[in-house]
Design a protein around this ligand. Structure first.
Ligand SMILES: Cc1ncc(COP(=O)(O)O)c(C=O)c1O
Length: 345
């Protein structure tokens, strides 16, 4: 018998999950050491396990995905150059102009024609080399793409993006905060996706349900430099195995179950589509973008809350619901009933 749905169902993000009892047990029992001095054994294990899954020589544990993204940008660019990234990407929208403030790099936002950046969009945005415009130093791709609605960039599309970057001899960084979801949704392995990128960031605090942490993977020489950059950014942690144990538990136990989040998102999307005139972006993975007939996003978020569902404001005409570990099928079904009522009220 599934537990009764909670009074308030929280679908603001897949980052709201609480560590399960088993994850807490793994965290409490983690073997730890000083990772700055001589290495933390659990962190090292996590780094080795995920580097192998991503098919990269070395991986480094970071406290957040933002810090790992910014470290990659710092490593792969130089001040006074520009990077190309989807205009709706996390790096452009949510990292506090870190590219400019930390790496001294300007962003050339790429306008995407189909939600997430495609090779043709990237190609169209590339500037020809010239003595009077900034040199392009990096291409960043986000997979899955949060702002577009958890959209998957398939391996063929990713290869096409890589080919555009490669023809111009520009490295590619993959923001794979939700690469786990892309892999489960398509059956493409993590290392196949990662083989298209010089560096890859993956996050543990989203679908995998860990309390915190991300990892940056890439070639050994670059990652040796990344250790120094991480320290400079304030990300050198001591008994980080406490966090790494949660992440490792997530990788080993919550990866395959992401399929359930995707099913719950599809169910939710179908059930609320049309209610009160809303239109859903049919989800590839666990993120449901809900487009509104009127520019009243904040009002609709408040109405949803009054009906017992927390969702997030995206912009005036778009709101977002995300399925996750703590919102299994019966909870998502109840959320759909409440959201329909809210949208129709
Ligand atoms: C696509 C994407 N990249 C990066 C991040 C940053 O991760 P963190 O919150 O750990 O800094 C997020 C967080 O939501 C994200 O959705």
């Amino acid at each position: 018998m599934p537990a009764h749905p909670p009074e308030m169902i929280d679908l603001r993000s897949d980052t709201v999950t609480q560590p399960t009892a088993a994850m807490r047990h793994a965290i409490a029992n983690a073997e730890v050491g000083d990772d700055v001095l001589s290495g933390d054994p659990t962190t090292k294990r996590l780094e080795a396990v995920v580097a192998e899954r991503l098919g990269k020589e070395r991986a480094l544990f970071f406290p957040t995905g933002t810090m790992a993204n910014q470290a990659a940008i710092w490593l792969l660019t130089k001040p006074g150059t520009e990077l190309l990234a989807d205009e709706q990407s996390h790096i452009v929208e949510w990292e506090m102009a870190g590219t400019a403030a930390l790496a001294g790099v300007q962003v050339l936002p790429v306008r995407s024609t189909r939600g997430a950046m495609r090779a043709a969009d990237l190609q169209a945005a590339m500037r020809p080399a010239s003595s009077s415009s900034a040199e392009t130093s990096l291409v960043c791709v986000e997979n899955t793409h949060n702002g577009a609605g958890g959209t998957v960039t398939t391996i063929d599309e990713l290869r096409a993006l890589r080919d555009v970057a490669q023809r111009a001899s520009i490295p590619l960084h993959l923001d794979g905060a939700r690469l786990w979801n892309a892999s489960v949704a398509t059956g493409t392995s993590l290392d196949t996706f990662a083989s298209c990128a010089d560096t890859v960031m993956v996050s543990f605090s989203k679908g995998l349900g860990a309390p915190a942490g991300a990892l940056l993977a890439g070639p050994a020489d670059l990652m040796a430099r990344a250790v120094r950059v991480r320290r400079r950014f304030g990300g050198g942690m001591r008994q980080s195995g406490i966090l790494a144990a949660g992440a490792l538990y997530g990788v080993e136990n919550h990866f395959d179950r992401l399929v359930e989040d995707h099913e719950a998102a599809r169910y939710l999307a179908n059930a609320i589509n049309g209610a009160g005139g809303v239109t859903v972006v049919h989800p590839d993975t666990n993120i449901v973008m809900i487009d509104l007939p009127e520019a009243n996003g904040r009002d609709m978020v408040a109405r949803a809350k009054a009906h017992g569902v927390l969702i997030s404001f995206w912009h005036d005409k778009r709101i977002r619901a995300v399925t996750h570990l703590n919102a299994p099928a019966h909870v998502a079904a109840e959320a759909a009933v409440r959201l329909r009522r809210a949208f129709e009220s």
